[in-house]
Design a protein around this ligand. Structure first.
Ligand SMILES: *Cc1c(COP(=O)(O)O)cnc(C)c1O
Length: 362
């Protein structure tokens, strides 16, 4: 059997005729940017998340950057971030000209260790930007309580957690504002780049809306030094086609994840946490293996594609060479051992059985 880690052609196949139709409608409408399709998707996604506002932008990194920019913190403010995240979380802070301060994760669930947050707070700290990594929500009650106590804002990087819930509320609605990515491989993926910001704060939303469009609140009037970061009509329409299926897609991912969790039995493999299976969006199914290269080679010889999210920690990247001396052993251990198994809506039961068989054989 040959099972690629992810085949986007296969995952999008069920939408083919609906997407062709809306793309043609947009082509012939002659209106391509900031139109009805975007308004419609923003309305639908805000409803889905349970927030007052959704503002479509060009990608997930921009969503986070603009979110932070719109907060108007003083220059050089410190933003607490997870040391264990995709680099975009941290790039958004430096792109917004603030200082990211990395916090170690919990080894149990790979998410920011909220018990380490308080120690990292200084007079310059203005916000905590958490990542719901792999589709699992951070401990938001504890984090929001801490933020309230220290007068900090809380933001979510929800790029991997569309539809994940925490205490009955969806991501995007668990903080002062959230950034989403609709990069093609995400749980809700476009056919190109796009992203969105959600918030319940009217004035904040207004500022974000201006910032994504050159800082303009009215044509040729510029109140802010903004960006050009707009979700185009085609991506918005495609996302409107796919959004009604998101919950069913996430449920299917969960069912596959449950099979991995119950049927993988190999002492060499550390499974992901299963304490909140029904709440997680299961963006990725990430296991840990000591001999990762050997495992990946073994699986690829059996025809199974795997991936690593992520191989090099942000503080070990050349881009953050000023962090090279930081001691973040849990983050480093995770980056050395994680492997992602295939998990998407194009996989069938026999393929999952096949993958499990060889994971157990390793
Ligand atoms: C994908 C991703 C982003 C960035 O999204 P883009 O749309 O690729 O810019 C940010 N944070 C996390 C955790 C992601 O997985």
């Amino acid at each position: 059997m040959k099972i690629p880690f992810l085949c986007l052609k296969a995952t999008n196949q069920i939408y083919e005729s609906q997407i062709s139709e809306v793309v043609l409608q947009i082509l012939t409408s002659g209106w391509y940017i900031l139109g009805e399709r975007l308004n419609q998707f923003e309305f639908e996604f805000a409803q889905y998340c349970g927030t007052k506002h959704c503002i479509g932008v060009a990608n997930g990194l921009d969503a986070l950057t603009i979110l932070l920019k719109a907060a108007e913190f003083p220059a050089n403010s410190e933003i607490l971030v997870p040391a264990n995240s995709y680099i975009a979380t941290i790039l958004s802070v430096t792109n917004a000209n603030f200082t990211p301060v990395p916090i170690e994760p919990l080894l149990d669930n790979y998410l920011i260790d909220y018990q380490l947050i308080e120690k990292a707070i200084t007079p310059k700290t203005k916000a905590i930007l958490v990542t719901h990594l792999y589709g699992k929500c951070c401990e938001m009650n504890a984090i929001n309580d801490l933020a309230r106590k220290h007068n900090l804002k809380v933001f979510e990087d929800a790029a991997q957690a569309h539809g994940a819930t925490y205490m009955g509320r969806r991501t995007g609605n668990l903080s002062d504002g959230a950034g989403f990515s609709f990069y093609p491989s995400k749980n809700l993926g476009a056919m190109g780049d796009s992203g969105a910001i959600t918030t319940n704060d009217d004035a904040f939303a207004e500022r974000i809306r201006a910032l994504r469009n050159y800082g303009s609140s009215e044509k040729y009037v510029f109140d802010h030094k903004g960006y050009n970061s707009r979700m185009d009509e085609i991506q918005a329409a495609i996302l409107s086609v796919k959004l009604p299926n998101l919950d069913a897609d996430n449920l299917y991912r969960r069912q596959l994840a449950e099979r991995y969790l119950t049927e993988i039995k190999n002492p060499k493999i550390i499974l992901p946490p299963s304490d909140s299976i029904e709440n997680d969006a299961w963006h990725l199914f990430v296991i840990r293996v000591k001999d990762r290269d050997k495992f990946r080679l073994f699986m690829s010889e059996k025809g199974v594609g795997t991936d690593v999210h992520y191989p090099i920690a942000p503080h070990k990247q050349l881009a953050y060479k000023e962090w090279d001396k930081l001691n973040l052993p849990i983050t480093e251990k995770i980056h050395q051992e994680v492997v992602s198994l295939p998990l998407n809506n194009a996989l069938i039961a026999e393929e999952i059985s096949y993958i499990i068989q060889y994971v157990n054989q390793f």
